[in-house]
Design a protein around this ligand. Structure first.
Ligand code: 5AD
Ligand code: SF4
Length: 466
């Protein structure tokens, strides 16, 4: 095993990137066998699972709804907070039991947890029945590892990646909306965050390859693409080819796919040029996820977030002013080490100022290997929970307020699938990323339809096609 290194300085070293064009020849040697795949965590993991699915299906596996019927179980894990791990252990327990009955069962662990040395070394030792442990940088080795699985544990985890693979094939979950990686890894080293360690250095894909992928998806009937990166506004910086995220976004817009989205934007280095491009093209959706993390300058500094609250407010106001009807959502962490009541009040103040359309809120979870995990923290968990509760009440109030503004309006909705709110209902998203449940038949799926909004809740809208 090429061990991931916990030394922050080493992980910060610049690397020269190798661009590799994949051309895998995968034989269906497991024809008729079944796979069970579970995915935890962010969109990046969801998209990685589409790559995993492609490999499994090329090998001949078909999906299984039940773990007990599977010949291979793949768990694509997340490491961002402690609770993401607990769910994986539930499945591992079942796998261990199943393997006693089904000797040929292949168990594979991948995703961010495998890139966390403190975790994975213990897991490997304790759970010897796991056949394959594969890191986040070399997923394309999965078909070979599965083919060669022999009952002996194989660990293929690399700490630093200096590679960008092109021509990756995916078995996509949707025929309407597609994820596209534009950038891998992260160099920001926010002090609480494990991502720079699990996903490696910031690496941008070359623009011509991204544009080709968008064109291919458009030609194949896709209505929407979401450009993915931990920090999309840093796109291109590592390439030194004279283009940036605004250049890419504009070129993607010109291809003419009906809807373009991107996540995640860092408030640092979100340029006016980017705002102008977003404002100019109607097929770039007026929706920005702009994590703020805290309302206190002191905490932001300890988090190494590289902006002050005044700077965030200025950016927020400029986006609101220039991009018509834009919706903005955010991420907020409460209970960062030694966060004072005063710091927390400042977080409530900024939420009152921005009135976000939505917010993902979290209690700080120390991640071994990050700088914040070593910081002194005297705030009791009960206090952190109380702060989260207060914050959620405020955040939900503003989500509801913002949703209520849609009442009676007619808005375009891209219908993405059946709704879980009833058999004669479908659901989709407004351009501003509001979830809408619609009375209507499945024929609407894949179309952009005008919907009259009749009801508004904190997390969704209800409407009818008009
Ligand atoms: N503890 C709590 N929340 C975290 N996030 C990232 N790392 C941690 C952590 N250690 C949150 C941040 C980030 C989102 C994806 O997850 O808010 O924006
Ligand atoms: Fe983590 Fe910060 Fe990078 Fe986001 S920008 S992935 S929070 S280190």
């Amino acid at each position: 095993m090429n061990k991931p290194d916990l030394c922050v300085a080493k992980n910060r070293e610049k690397v020269t990137i190798d661009y590799i064009n994949l051309n895998l020849d995968i034989k269906p040697v497991f024809k008729g066998k079944k796979y069970f795949l579970r995915t935890y965590g962010c969109q990046m993991n969801v998209h990685d699972s589409e790559e995993i699915k492609y490999y499994l299906e090329q090998l001949g596996f078909v999906p299984s709804e039940k773990l007990e019927d599977a010949d291979i179980v793949v768990l694509n894990t997340c490491a961002i907070r402690e609770n993401a791990k607990d769910k994986v252990f539930g499945y591992l327990g079942r796998c261990k039991h199943l393997k006693k009955i089904k000797k040929d069962l292949i168990i594979c662990l991948c995703g961010c947890l495998t890139e966390q040395p403190s975790e994975i070394e213990e897991i490997i030792k304790k759970h010897k029945y796991i056949d394959i442990v594969i890191g986040t940088h070399n997923l394309n080795e999965l078909p070979k590892l599965i083919e060669n699985a022999s009952g002996k544990q194989t660990v293929e985890v690399y700490s630093n990646s200096d590679k960008v693979y092109e021509n990756i094939k995916y078995s996509r979950d949707s025929k309407i909306s597609a994820w596209i990686n534009i950038q891998l890894g992260c160099d920001k080293f926010c002090t609480y965050c494990i991502v720079p360690f699990t996903r490696g250095r910031e690496r941008s894909r070359k623009m011509e390859n991204i544009l080709e992928e968008v064109q291919y998806l458009k030609d194949n009937g896709y209505m929407e693409v979401t450009l993915l990166g931990q920090n999309v506004n840093a796109y291109g910086k590592d390439l030194d080819l004279g283009y940036d995220f605004a250049t890419l976004l504009e070129k993607v817009a010109k291809i003419g796919i009906p809807r373009i989205r991107f996540v995640t934007s860092h408030p640092w280095n979100f340029t006016d040029k980017m705002i102008d491009v977003i404002a100019k093209y109607p097929n770039i959706m007026p929706y920005i996820h702009l994590p703020i993390q805290s309302g206190s300058d002191e905490i932001l500094k300890k988090m190494n977030r590289r902006y002050t609250i005044e700077e965030y407010k200025k950016l927020f106001d400029t986006i609101k002013e220039k991009v018509s009807k834009v919706s903005i959502t955010t991420d907020i962490i409460v209970g960062f080490p030694n966060e004072t009541e005063e710091d927390f009040k400042k977080t409530l103040d900024i939420v009152n100022y921005c009135k976000f359309d939505g917010a993902f809120t979290f209690i700080f979870s120390p991640r071994v290997g990050t700088a914040a995990a070593l910081m002194e923290d005297k705030v009791p968990m009960s206090e952190k929970e109380e702060r989260l509760h207060k914050l959620n009440e405020l955040v939900n109030k503003y989500s509801l307020e913002s949703n209520k503004k849609y009442l009676g309006k007619v808005v375009p909705v891209l219908v993405t699938g059946p709704s879980d709110k009833g058999i004669n209902k479908v659901c989709g998203y407004t351009d501003t990323m509001k979830l809408v449940n619609i009375d209507g038949s499945k024929d609407l799926i894949g179309k952009i339809v005008n919907v009259k909004i009749l009801d508004a809740k904190s997390f969704s809208l209800d409407g009818v096609v008009c």
